[in-house]
Ligand binder design. Structure first.
Ligand code: DCP
Ligand code: MG
Ligand code: MG
Length: 605
């Protein structure tokens, strides 16, 4: 008898049992930016509120929505439907990002994989937690269920999803109790369905869908574009073949789809249309890049571009300080308007930046004024490469992103721990980078564009800088040190990137020909492009108030160093002239330079 039930139920489900094994929650914050503003200023709670970016209301509170103020409405239209709409600027994303991170942190306390999706959404895979709770007995569903009439499934997924609905409710309650935000949740056996049912009862509520309702639910979606992983291009292709609604996609044959898409894509489209999605919840780590963009009507003057970049940089540095990692690569993005073709396209360039631009004081990442000027110089240099200034240009967007980072060293084998007091540790080369030893993994100049919270990378272009790929690769390999090398600092060999004389000439020409000079009034082109090592050697030499050891070096730790390293350091501190020679003769820097422990010192800002 059991067998009979199994068969009929399984076919009713149209899934094999093990495909329902997961329990996924999707949580989305109600009117996110508006809630952030209402929490900051409770007076806003009582009024219809719109959050304005440029001429658009990007979101509104539910009070305003009652008047018909929709997300992404033009301000002019919003004010028409709601004349007493209170508008607050949402251009500065700082508080929204902070709120987003706090919500993420609350969700992490459940110790399940949490995947952040945009600013106000998270997926949580609670499968394991559900397994633990399933024995406890309480199987009451909390919130709404999509299609109350769905049949029981023999694999036990209904029970599991009911328990997941309880967990979702606990999570939403904790977010509200700890932070004050109301949220919506969707609960399903996969990410696709969890996300799609999440907004069915808004605001401040939750919806669960059981697997056998998937196909029916998907068929209610009027456009294939409603499916999160179907983008505009795929939508266009589908529409051109008369596949408009999800129901159309369900009816389309696989063979028909394969004519226009790859075989894998055709299968994926078909599965999605039926509500099937096996993609895992990937635990979100720290972002691979941190970026900001500013869009505008048109900017055609270099000084205006510089002002835009300067403003972006200020904001970006706040984000980087919060993140705490030391950036080592910077990308500049422009969106160029092509007046003839009435179109626009993006272009990006990125280059390596010296970690010594950043300082760490009392554990906090900071950038001095000189460091900021250096960054602006680099930004404008990249800009000059992207734009032919002898011709008119029209930009509609500028973007900045730090695209690669060093982790700050706190581990025992960090050279920092050998040499520095805990007063003001500057950035150092990361000797323990978590990477393989392939050149590309550490080759910043050849870095593949990584995802940024704000940057569309489709047209990203990578600038090799300095343009010596072979040497860069060698250095990259050397930077990924073996355990033995890390354990024995005296054996360390780390090269520093230096521009050769030709490159230096090029850079100085660039500087002389551009406004960049005004950005770096104190820095000669040559000095600016010398590596950290020579700067640091000077600092080391100047910093000493005793013959052997500069004041900031922890003598106890110094004494614990291997003899040969102590000797090397002492010799260099006594006679820093070699570094001075190098400083004053930048054109000799392409000569091979012996490796030295002093390369690990960086400027004391
Ligand atoms: N946002 C934006 N531009 C868009 C869409 C959204 O800047 N085109 C911002 C404002 C939103 C936030 O992202 O507050 C989250 O987007 P949601 O789509 O989740 O919208 P809300 O959270 O504002 O409203 P809802 O209650 O519908 O989720
Ligand atoms: Mg939201
Ligand atoms: Mg959202």
């Amino acid at each position: 008898m059991d067998d009979t039930i199994m068969q009929s139920s399984s076919s009713a489900c149209s899934y094999v049992d093990n495909e329902h094994s997961r329990s996924i929650i999707h949580i989305d914050v109600d009117c996110f930016y508006a809630q952030v503003e209402m929490l900051r200023n409770p007076e806003l709670r009582a009024v219809p509120l719109g959050i304005q970016q440029k001429n658009i209301v990007v979101t509104s509170n539910y009070e305003a929505r009652n008047y018909g103020v929709q997300k992404c409405m033009l301000v002019t239209d919003a004010v028409k439907v709601c004349p007493n709409l209170k508008l607050v600027s949402g251009e500065d994303l700082h508080n929204y990002r902070a709120a987003s991170n706090k919500i993420f942190e609350v969700l992490l306390t459940w110790k399940c994989p949490v995947e952040k999706l945009g600013m106000d959404e998270n997926f949580i895979d609670v499968t394991k937690l559900v397994e633990e709770k399933v024995k406890s007995g309480n199987q009451t569903l909390i919130g709404h269920m999509y299609n109350e009439m769905s049949m029981e499934c023999p694999c036990g997924c209904h029970t599991r999803l009911k328990i997941a609905s309880q967990i979702a409710s606990d999570m939403r309650q904790k977010i509200y109790n700890d932070l004050g935000y109301t949220t919506c949740a969707g609960i399903a056996h996969n990410k696709l369905l969890a996300k799609l049912v999440c907004p069915l009862h808004k605001p401040n509520d939750q919806t669960t869908i059981f697997p056998e309702s998937a196909e029916g639910f998907m068929s209610t979606l009027q456009s294939v574009r409603c499916i999160p992983s179907i983008g505009s291009k795929t939508t266009e292709t589908l529409i051109s073949h008369n596949i408009i609604s999800v129901s159309d996609l369900q009816k389309a044959s696989l063979e028909e789809l394969k004519k226009n898409f790859s075989s894998d894509m055709a299968v994926r489209l078909k599965n999605l249309s039926l509500g099937e999605d096996s993609t895992p919840v990937k635990q979100t780590g720290r972002p691979q890049s941190i970026g900001l963009e500013d869009s505008f009507k048109t900017v055609s003057v270099k000084s205006e571009v510089e002002d835009k970049f300067s403003a972006l940089l200020q904001r970006l540095l706040v984000l980087v300080r919060e993140d705490g990692r030391i950036p080592v690569s910077l990308r500049v993005t422009l969106r160029k308007k092509d007046a003839k073709r009435l179109s626009s396209h993006r272009e990006s360039r990125q280059c390596q930046i010296s970690p010594s631009i950043f300082t760490i004081t009392n554990g906090t990442l900071a950038v001095t004024d000189a460091g900021q000027q250096k960054l602006m110089t680099i930004i404008m240099r990249l800009f000059n490469k992207l734009i032919d200034l002898s011709k008119p240009f029209h930009l509609t967007l500028v973007g900045l992103a730090f695209t690669k980072f060093q982790e700050r060293m706190t581990g025992r084998s960090s050279i920092v721990n050998y040499l520095m007091n805990d007063i003001s540790v500057q950035s150092v080369l990361n000797l323990q980078n978590d990477c393989d030893t392939s050149a590309t993994s550490m080759d910043y100049s050849a870095a593949s564009p990584s995802s940024s919270t704000t940057t569309d990378l489709s047209d990203a272009e990578v600038e090799p800088s300095p343009k010596k790929p072979k040497k860069v690769n060698w250095i990259a390999k050397r930077r990924c040190l073996s355990k033995e090398e890390v354990a024995s600092p005296s054996k360390l060999k780390v090269g520093e990137l230096r521009l050769n004389s030709k490159e230096l000439e090029k850079v100085s020409e660039l500087r002389l020909n551009s406004r960049d000079r005004s950005l770096t009034p104190r820095a000669s082109p040559a000095k600016d492009n010398l590596s950290d090592a020579s700067d640091s050697m000077k600092d080391v030499a100047e910093g000493g108030n005793c013959d052997d050891c500069p004041s900031y070096v922890d003598k106890e730790v110094f004494n614990a160093l291997p003899d040969e390293m102590q000797q090397e350091l002492k010799a260099m501190w006594k006679n820093p002239s070699s570094s001075e020679v190098q400083r004053s003769s930048p054109r000799t820097t392409n000569k091979a330079k012996p490796n030295t422990i002093l390369k690990y010192f960086v400027p004391h800002k």
